[in-house]
Design a protein around this ligand. Structure first.
Ligand SMILES: [Zn+2]
Length: 211
């Protein structure tokens, strides 16, 4: 059975103000996260990162850099296994392990959660609720993976952002992600006139902590 409140999932912000929420999943990755942080700092942009527990454990230094950069850090899963391949107990454990690994590094309890592959199941949402996490998906993916993840394709989709969008990108390379292309596309986009008319915020500006 689905838990109460399972539809309480954020997928976009308000379109009434020119605010865009860039989000990066599956990191940190020492190849892609540091140059991305430099790029975001250059434009004084705050973004959100949904991290993997095993990557946090391997690269705690980069988690601390995310926090120092003022970015929001949410949990994604521990191993990025597809939630539907796991037992309910394993799905819960994915969240708990990621939560505690991240909390141990940052020293504060995570508040944001995005399920791996954007797929969730009752056990995952129940666990997210128990951990007082707000579940956030996205309404615009740049599709920086697989055969669609060409530089031209990513640039076209990134250039189509609209006020209020929560934009899905990646800063690591599990599966068939192409973070190298999304970073080039993002660098070009941030130079554009359109980007200068937008403001970029972390999701903590959008999400109120659940009471
Ligand atoms: Zn992911």
């Amino acid at each position: 059975m689905w838990p109460n409140g399972f539809l309480n999932i954020t997928t976009r912000g308000a379109s009434s103000e020119p605010r865009v929420y860039l989000t990066f999943d599956d990191g940190p990755d020492p190849r892609f996260t540091p140059p991305l942080l430099d790029l975001l700092a250059e434009y004084e942009i705050r973004a959100s990162f949904f991290v993997l527990g095993e990557a946090c454990k391997a690269y705690p230094k980069h988690i601390r850099q995310l926090a120092e950069g003022g970015h929001d850090i949410g949990i994604h899963s521990y191993t990025h296994d597809h939630p539907w391949r796991l037992s309910a107990a394993e799905a819960r454990a994915e969240l708990q392990r990621c939560y505690h690994t991240l909390a141990d590094i940052t020293g504060s309890p995570p508040t944001l959660f995005r399920p791996a592959y954007g797929r969730f199941r009752p056990a995952t949402l129940q666990e997210a609720k128990a951990l007082q996490l707000t579940t956030v998906l996205w309404n615009r993916s740049v599709v920086d993976w697989g055969r669609w993840g060409t530089l031209a394709g990513i640039s076209r989709r990134l250039n189509a952002v609209k006020p209020g969008d929560i934009v899905l990108m990646h800063d690591a390379r599990p599966d068939a992600n192409r973070p190298e292309n999304s970073q080039i596309a993002l660098r070009e986009f941030l130079r554009s006139d359109k980007a200068t008319r937008l403001s970029f915020s972390g999701l903590s500006q959008l999400i109120k902590k659940p009471s």
